[in-house]
Design a protein around this ligand. Structure first.
Ligand code: URA
Ligand code: CA
Length: 434
């Protein structure tokens, strides 16, 4: 087999066999296939796509490139969740303790920020002393003891994805359905859970903005999950504006605490309740979604979710006093505001640009090596459809560097539009695919 022939075949939109796909992935991970050939292959896939069997084969080759985490010693059905990437998506911090409190084990690997979208690991690491690096044995023991653990990485899971994603990122091949689906699903499958709830984002802050394409992605991923014997559901949720109000790591921890205390953004609360209820359903804790929603709401209102969050923080070495005293979280030195220039309604938010503004402040990385500033970020005071009056506060910007605050402010100014006409609020939960 030769890489050249496989690239040529895909370039002419022919169907590849599983051994051809495996040859490319294995060869690349071993360093036998150079970057330029893998780049050409990825571009051919991005342009011509892959059919169901090819996408499954690609996922399998990805999974086989590294370790598969064995969670079988943890009793019960282990349910994982995944977000396809968004801005201000604080859901894991809220959903994981709720689901654990309801009696379903959450043994979760999470990622760092990717492009304009934030990462759960960066958010958790903004909690003083919190460790996302624990050994596999400690990880499993913690889940057995308290029902929840969230780590960055256990073992060598899907090394192929890491290497290939780095190439996709610089070759304009990120937004390809088979490449996204295999990237996400291989990591979930190798993560060892029995069931997976996928929160697939649509809108200006998502990796894919087009609703039809997103639905296709959601279906492809559900099919992959099922073919690997995992109960899988996709929930398509709105990302036409940041989720909740806060974007930025410690700001989002603060936001998660608010929700767990029964306050906070109604949008974020609704999405969290829906994801948690679906996880309880797949975990066979409840008979239907309504019952899942009921249990979730009870856990939120009673404060049991908050107690579980505290326990989770202290088990991973973090200072759980942050829950009572928010001032213990890292705080930015300066803040600035963006105010409305006209009376009207918030008609459009360029969500991706808001993610980029938060990166400029230091909440995300421009280059892989960059170090996150946990204290900085943006709080969106107004949401799509909200009525605003001239000089009303639209966003608060938190930063540690005046020039960066100015730069972020310029982006934000261009990213929020106000119209005279009333506009409706976006539907949050667009579709469930199972
Ligand atoms: N998230 C991933 O993990 N992979 C992708 O390709 C896109 C989003
Ligand atoms: Ca948020």
């Amino acid at each position: 087999m030769r890489a050249y022939d496989i690239i040529f075949k895909k370039r002419w939109n022919k169907i590849l066999s599983s051994s051809e796909i495996d040859f490319m992935v294995k060869g690349f991970v071993k360093g036998i296939i150079p970057n330029y050939q893998m780049s050409a292959f990825l571009m051919a896939v991005a342009i011509n796509g892959m059919n169901t069997d090819e996408t499954l084969s690609l996922t399998k080759s990805f999974v086989d490139s590294g370790d598969i985490i064995d969670l079988s010693s943890i009793p019960g059905i282990k349910v994982d969740k995944h977000s396809s990437g968004g801005v201000g998506d604080t859901t894991t911090l809220i959903v994981a303790p709720i689901v654990a409190e309801a009696g379903i084990s959450v043994a979760k690997m999470s990622g760092k920020g990717l492009g304009h979208s934030g990462g759960t690991i960066d958010k958790l690491e903004s909690i003083p002393r919190f460790s996302t690096k624990i050994s596999k044995n400690d990880f499993i023991k913690q889940v057995k003891d308290i029902g929840i653990a969230v780590v960055g990485k256990i073992g060598n899971v899907v090394p192929a994805d890491k290497l290939i994603y780095a190439l996709r990122d610089v070759t304009a091949t990120v937004d390809s359905l088979p490449l996204i689906a295999s990237s996400i699903m291989s990591k979930k499958i190798a993560g060892g859970a029995d069931a997976i709830v996928l929160d697939v984002k649509v809108g200006s802050g998502a990796f894919i903005e087009d609703e039809e394409k997103v639905e296709k992605l959601a279906k492809i991923m559900v099919n992959i999950g099922k073919c690997f014997g995992k109960k899988t559901r996709s929930i398509i949720t709105d990302m036409s504006q940041p989720l909740g109000n806060a974007i930025g790591n410690s700001l989002e921890v603060e936001e998660a605490i608010k929700i767990l205390k029964g306050n906070g953004s109604q949008d974020l609360r609704e999405v969290c309740i829906n994801i948690a209820a679906n996880m309880l359903l797949l975990g066979e804790k409840v008979e239907d979604l309504e019952e899942g929603i009921e249990i979730t709401e009870e856990i939120l209102t009673s404060g049991r979710g908050l107690d579980k969050f505290k326990q989770f923080i202290s088990h991973q070495g973090g200072n759980s006093n942050i829950v009572e005293d928010i001032s213990l979280l890292p705080k930015a030195r300066y803040k600035d505001e963006l105010v409305a220039k006209y009376n009207g309604f918030i008609s459009k938010i360029d969500c991706k640009q808001i993610g980029i503004a938060s990166i400029i402040l230091g909440a995300g990385r421009e280059k892989k090596e960059d170090i996150i500033d946990p204290s900085v970020g943006i709080v969106m005071e107004k949401r799509l459809g909200d009525n605003v009056k001239i000089k009303d506060k639209n966003c608060t910007i938190y930063g540690n560097d005046f020039s960066k605050i100015e730069e972020a402010k310029k982006i934000l100014e261009k990213s929020v539009e106000i119209s005279k006409k009333r506009v409706s609020k976006p539907i949050l939960i667009k579709k469930i695919i199972d």
